[in-house]
Design a protein around this ligand. Structure first.
Ligand code: 1HE
Length: 264
């Protein structure tokens, strides 16, 4: 079934179990205002109900220019804190929801745009993507979860470099620094992200849930706690009917084998 219902700030299309969510404010380089955060929340809520994976991308020449600076400059202290906490809540819905999100990145992936991308589970960069955290230059700080999520991806040293010096990372650097998992030719990020989302959507839902919810939590635990937790999740996963069916399928030669990568 195909559904296409563009909303003002986020386009939304459900295609074969994959929700395509497009940041849709290209005239302001997809800068994220308060209303935009709510549009992302609404699209995420809908995707959780009806999709098995999400592809997130930006309309226009850039993925996202980050926080809407025009709106931010008018906020009181308490409005600023509440706004940041709302970004956290919405990006948490993405990171710790039930389905995998793949972001297709091109052009500017800046400030809050990088924070948004960091809340997704897989990141694909087109060769023209560039990554920056200009908060220092603007006299502000990351407020959309970057100090937690971006620092975990690229490390505090590299994140500090971006923030202190205004360094802009290329797609290749972003891959070497663990910010993105794939780099593809310009114009190809959406296609690659769709392919990855389609693959992830065929996994058992419990396994996907465990990957996106358990792995980041276990990373934050002490080693012995993580190992203990892992045993329970592994046992729960193998007790699901999907696991029984999928294991039988393999043993009775109905399931695909693991094959060598094509480029080796
Ligand atoms: C904006 C924003 C924005 C563009 N808020 N309006 N983010 C930044 O510091 C990045 C600021 N933006 C840029 O550096 C550039 O705009 C871009 C590299 C992203 C794109 O350049 P370009 O040449 O394609 O576009 P432009 O001509 O600079 O911008 C087009 C319009 O978008 C223009 O408005 P116009 O009315 O003059 O047409 C810009 O003002 C507007 N625009 N970016 C508001 N960010 C939760 S805490 C997170 C903290 C942060 O994210 S800090 C980083 C903020």
């Amino acid at each position: 079934m195909n559904k296409h219902e563009p909303t003002e700030l986020c386009s939304y299309e459900l295609r074969d179990d994959i929700a395509f969510i497009g940041l849709n404010r290209p005239e302001k380089r997809n800068a994220i205002s308060d209303r935009f955060v709510e549009a992302i929340a609404a699209a995420a809520t809908r995707a959780e109900k009806e999709a098995k994976a999400v592809v997130l991308y930006g309309h226009g020449k850039h993925f996202c220019a980050g926080l809407d600076l025009a709106e931010h400059s008018e906020k009181s202290l308490i409005e600023g804190v509440a706004g940041s906490r709302r970004w956290h809540a919405v990006f948490d819905m993405i990171e710790h929801g039930t389905i995998p999100w793949v972001s297709a990145l091109h052009g500017a992936v800046v400030g809050g745009g990088l924070e948004l991308a960091a809340s997704t589970h897989l990141r694909v960069a087109a060769a023209d993507a560039f990554f920056a955290l200009p908060e220092g230059q603007r006299g502000i700080f990351v407020g959309g979860g970057g100090s937690v999520r971006i620092a975990r991806l690229m490390g505090v040293a590299r994140m500090s470099d971006l923030m202190l010096t205004g360094r802009v990372a290329s797609a290749g650097e972003a891959e070497r620094w663990n910010l993105v998992q794939y780099v593809v030719d310009e114009g190809k990020a959406l296609e690659k992200a769709s392919e990855l989302a389609a693959k992830a959507a065929t996994n058992a839902p419990f396994s996907n849930y465990a990957v996106i919810n358990a792995l980041p939590r276990i990373q934050d635990m002490a080693k012995s706690d993580g190992l203990f937790m892992e045993s329970f999740i592994a046992t729960f996963a193998s007790a699901t009917p999907e696991a029984a069916q999928r294991l039988r399928d393999f043993l009775e030669k109905r399931a695909g084998k693991v094959t060598r990568p094509e480029d080796k």
